[in-house]
Design a protein around this ligand. Sequence first.
Ligand code: BG6
Length: 492
Amino acid sequence: MSSRTIQVAPFDLVVFGGTGDLAARKLLPALYHRDHAGQIPDEARIIGVSRRALTREGYADFVRKSVREFVPGNAIDEAVLERFASRADYRAVDATGEAGWSDLAQVLADGRDRTRAFYFAVSPELFAPLSQHIQEFHLITPQSRVVLEKPIGKDGDSAQEVNEAVGKVFAENQIFRIDHYLGKETVQNLMALRFANRLFEPLWNSGNIDHIQITVSEDIGVGERGGYYDTSGALRDMVQNHMLQLVTLIAMEPPDAYDSESVRDEKLKVLKALKRIDERNVEQVTVRGQYRAGSVASKPVQSYLDDIGREESNTETFVAIKAEIANWRWAGVPFYLRTGKRLAERVSEIVVNFRHISHSIFDHTAGRIHHNRLVIRLQPDEGVTLEVMIKDPGPGGMRLRRIPLDMSFAETFGVANPDAYERLLMDVIRGNQTLFMSRNEVAAAWRWIDPIIAAWATTGQRPSPYSSGSWGPSASIALIERDGRTWFEDSE
Ligand code: BG6
């Protein structure tokens, strides 16, 4: 297998929050990998921006340190790392005041013809003042674009405010709202699987699919992010964006073409068709949980409250939802969504459960005929498994059993998948918005989430405790078992 690397056009990437956690862990390592692969042209520059006073050399050190810490040792090539660090420049800028902006303008003046990308890796309250200053200091060129990191707002109204403030300065086709799940290789593969095969699409409907499960479980706790997390919770942090994006890709109608307008239009229709959850049904179809102390991978870990240093919190670190899509294709097919921190293991997977066969020609000696399942693993071991019934080999009559037709991408292709940010950053430079969320999508997602949050408040639904290292509160098992179904890991 060979992969093609096509160099992108020369660019200036201005990272606001340039010395922050996201830059260190994700953005700089991703850019280093792309540089290593030969995708970044010589002229490209990375301009770190934050409040901190730092020299250009100081920032180059930060870049080296981040790469050494977050890129596996065997992928570090000293010559490439030096070339990469030499792309770095730095300016101290006050996001809400005037200090530093003319300096930044001066650095950028050299690159007026290049692609210019502003990356807002900062808290969303700063999106509006940053956009205003960018405009005031005439930093926008025809080749400019802006990248917004999540969270975009904490409800529909605040998201609208952010979108309006940024929209006053940048046109919609210049705004890249990042959801890093869309950059994951297997998530893109979902589209290949559905739309580059004859096999699945004719079966992709309520006539043939019984239900769908999406699990995004993490074994980590909230770590250092307690301050942010406690004002957010699992529903806002994971469902409003990542999980709903997965739902849209599974459920959307085939777009006319694989381009941003067609794909995003179809995704939007799914979000609009989500059946409303409010105080009438919230207790039947949602479960909230919060982790207690326990043990994860045989190591003792403390509770959420201890992690955030508070005695009480009504924030959920786990959520399970029975969602439904009210349209012709999906009516009556539940989408069971589940995500949480400090769960038994880190796994993200989509399980498409097909209906049972309509009639069995075999007698009871053949054993039980299980339904087919398509399991799409996003992480850690990316791949696809199709579970089918076959005859148990050998003599002894017709005995049936379910076996996995398993494809692990790492084994098949022999290469590790690139990090989602590698793909997405290059798409920003190329100006391809297909894997980014449109303003309407963000708004539609909040329109479904807001009534759930409101209903939790009116009904007083508090998070149920669960032990760290489990699969969440028992109510989550009950949620699916009430319908005569089981979560994937509990099934045979
Ligand atoms: C982020 C959330 O968007 O996604 C985090 O804010 C979460 O809370 C992370 O840990 C999960 O991403 P990944 O790629 O590790 O599954």
